[in-house]
Write a protein that binds this ligand. Sequence first.
Ligand SMILES: [Zn+2]
Ligand SMILES: [Zn+2]
Length: 346
Amino acid sequence: MIALVKHAKGEGHMSLSDRPIPVCGEDEVLIKVAYGGICGTDIHILHDQFAYYPPVILGHEFSGEVVEVGSAVTGYRVGDRVVGEPHNKACGKCYLCRNGHIQNCMDKRSIGWGIDGCFTDYLVMPEKLLHRIPDGLSLEEAAMAEPAAIVAHQLLERARVTPGDSVVVMGMGPIGLLAAQMAKVAGAGKVILCGTDADVEYRLRVADELACYDRFINVQKEDATAVIMEETGIGADLVVEASGAGSAIRTAIGVLKKWGRLCAIGMTGAPTVEVPWNQAMMKVLDVQFNMSSSYNGWDMALKLMASGKVKTAPMIGIRPLREWEQAFADLEAGKAMKLLLKPEAL
Ligand SMILES: [Zn+2]
Ligand SMILES: [Zn+2]
């Protein structure tokens, strides 16, 4: 099978290679990949900015169909449509695993960087990490279950949007627009989206199609702090930071009301970011750092997507696997929101 492989450490070193079809163990299933979503993580791996263990097949966001089940598998059958949590190799013994946070286990080796992933024809996954794709949800849309599960876990399960909340979303990538939609679903009063000049042409149109915001602020053209204070009166209840920009993080602290909540999902490029610490202290802010997704997050995300309350179709573009290089470039240039690679029978 043809697979997109990162061959060695360093910038680049990525190409399509022929790989054997993986063999599934007794508690695993073999999945025929329908679509594999390109994530920011994959772009970081291309540029050597994220941990990975080469040679490895990239891709951790997939949808597909079960084509073989191991002898100990009880909950899935050939033909089932599935997605899966990329929490492979979590140890099950550490304090994180035993507290239910397998997604943050230090032994975790996710598909796509720790072990072979989904940018290919076939993928092996343990039964215990699978979720069935609900009827009515297409394989294309289901391929966005992973980012949707992250947002559902962080925003709905942890930061807990409450009805009437004024919510500011910094960043207009898939995470930002999923967060804006889920905030609306959870009953947010006003959702304010913050973006830049680069977002106006394409991403803002997608946001319009999703009808997921009340006010858009181009932070390069308007004074975001002044507009948010005017729109909210006493400041925002909740800010979702999904841009990773230092200036956005500082603005977030500036526009939150006292006892407001900051839900941080965006990774910054730099190892340190200057923040107005005392201001955050004086405001008694609740700050939550977030990494990865929970079982409940997946469950909520799939239900919200299947019901149509959270839409992903307007964000998705589909490219053949052999055009991976152009797809990565288009994402980096902001010409696409979420691109799914479709493996082709060769
Ligand atoms: Zn991802
Ligand atoms: Zn563990």
